[in-house]
Design a binder for this molecule. Structure first.
Ligand code: SF4
Length: 437
């Protein structure tokens, strides 16, 4: 079981993908692989659910949205930065970005008072988001506790899920407090609420794989409010099926009109089966078909939620070999670490080096299991030629860990100093992006 509040290590990503039906993320689904951040190119983003709907929008230059939650409970570290790096890249394709401060969740699951959560969110998380260069165009930052649509939606969504399901997904038991039990519904409210305003639109949530239970629940909840199911039948036909018993003829005719506007011309409608078959359509058309009929639902006064998409990244290696974690300062470089403290941590970090300098010269190092190399690869060395040179020198034994750590520590100090200066400049920007409601 993946626990969004406690899972800290995943040993076998392939098994997780197979067990929970996560699809493999192929970077070629995004434009121009050379321009992609290394997180995508190097397959640190390894899986997804429903990202095809987003990539289709990217290719067509059509709108989509990005949702990101932050739970103020500890200091931000390099692992948190990976989500921001993904958002920054996906934003370049014109998406609106919603950043929800999960202060209610932090209260329910981490015992964090709301005023403290607010302070931490503003003075640490949001400042770092802005300092790391999250795009300001279409950016909206809000607090769960202040956004009425999110709380109302969470209450409505609760109608569609029972205790057995929550126990099966999250392992809740008789001791779980109701606030904690409600936290996943608030998350679903966060993720789905952009579609209240923008209508049916693909929303992507970049997360660590430990957050997948929330995505599974949220996608099921979105589907439970739908009137239509667009699918391929067992005998290979593409069709739209009405899921409710009222107004079936009207809904089928509205769906047909909407699909005609999408360029589909040949239909077979069978009202007694509540079915509209689309002749000549292929499985690859299902995304556009679903979007068209979701809009019909919205026009009829229903939610018409499209299932939210997600991307999953691996956990970053901690400096001690464990997962990088806020609760274990020795494992992490915090974004507000003093540069000299971060340098000391890197000098003590676990590497992929050999037992002795002699063995290292002979056999070469192993950058693929080196936490120091990862800091440079994902955070501090942008130049592709330079990072390739570092990797080659490590593998062929020309590079020894002592000097390499010193170099990585200097890169980190420059990065943190620069971030600190940018954070100081964010003071006057906070009011522009944090919505007071
Ligand atoms: Fe890591 Fe550098 Fe040592 Fe290679 S030489 S294992 S990259 S610290």
């Amino acid at each position: 079981m993946l626990d969004p509040w406690a899972t800290s290590q995943v040993k076998d990503y392939d098994r997780i993908m197979e067990e929970f039906g996560i699809e493999s993320f192929d970077p070629s689904i995004l434009p121009d692989q050379n321009e992609q951040p290394r997180l995508f190119k190097k397959r640190i983003v390894f899986g997804h659910r429903g990202f095809d709907s987003v990539s289709r929008r990217i290719k067509r230059g059509e709108p989509f949205a990005i949702m990101s939650g932050l739970m103020p409970s500890g200091r931000m570290h390099l692992g948190h930065k990976m989500v921001i790096d993904q958002i920054k890249y996906l934003q370049t394709f014109g998406a609106n970005v919603y950043v929800g401060v999960a202060d209610l969740e932090s209260y329910a699951t981490r015992n964090m008072p709301l005023d403290k959560a607010r302070d931490l969110a503003i003075n640490s998380y949001i400042r770092n988001y802005l300092a790391l260069g999250i795009g300001k165009e279409g950016l909206e930052i809000y607090f769960q506790s202040k956004r009425k649509e999110v709380k109302d939606l969470a209450l409505l969504l609760g109608k569609k899920v029972n205790l057995s399901t929550m126990k099966a997904i999250y392992g809740f038991n008789e001791q779980t407090n109701m606030g904690h039990m409600n936290a996943p519904l608030l998350q679903a409210g966060d993720i789905l609420h952009p579609q209240l305003k923008q209508g049916p639109i693909p929303v992507v949530v970049p997360v660590g794989v430990d957050q997948d239970p929330h995505m599974r629940l949220c996608r099921d909840l979105a589907a439970s409010y739908r009137l239509f199911n667009a699918t391929e039948t067992a005998d290979g036909k593409i069709g739209v099926f009405v899921k409710v018993d009222e107004n079936v003829d009207k809904l089928l005719n509205k769906a047909k009109s909407a699909l005609e506007k999408e360029g589909f011309l040949d239909f077979k409608m069978i009202p007694r089966y509540k079915a509209l078959y689309i002749q000549g359509a292929a499985r690859s058309d299902l995304t556009s078909i679903d979007e068209a009929v979701a809009q019909v639902e919205k026009n009829e006064g229903h939610f018409g939620f499209l299932p939210p998409a997600s991307t999953y990244h691996r956990f970053i290696m901690g400096l001690t070999g464990e997962k990088m974690s806020s609760s274990k300062p020795e494992t992490a470089i915090f974004l507000d670490d003093e540069p000299k403290d971060a340098q000391k941590k890197i000098m003590k970090a676990i590497t992929g080096g050999r037992e002795s300098a002699e063995e290292q010269r002979e056999k070469g190092g192993r950058p693929e299991v080196c936490s120091v190399y990862e800091t440079m690869l994902f955070h501090t060395v942008d130049d592709d030629d330079e990072i390739q040179r570092i990797e080659d020198e490590c593998r062929n034994g020309e590079r020894l860990c002592g000097g390499c750590k010193k170099e990585a520590a200097e890169h980190m100090a420059i990065f943190l100093q620069d971030l600190k200066e940018k954070r100081d400049e964010t003071e006057h920007q906070l009011n522009l992006y944090v919505r007071e409601e």
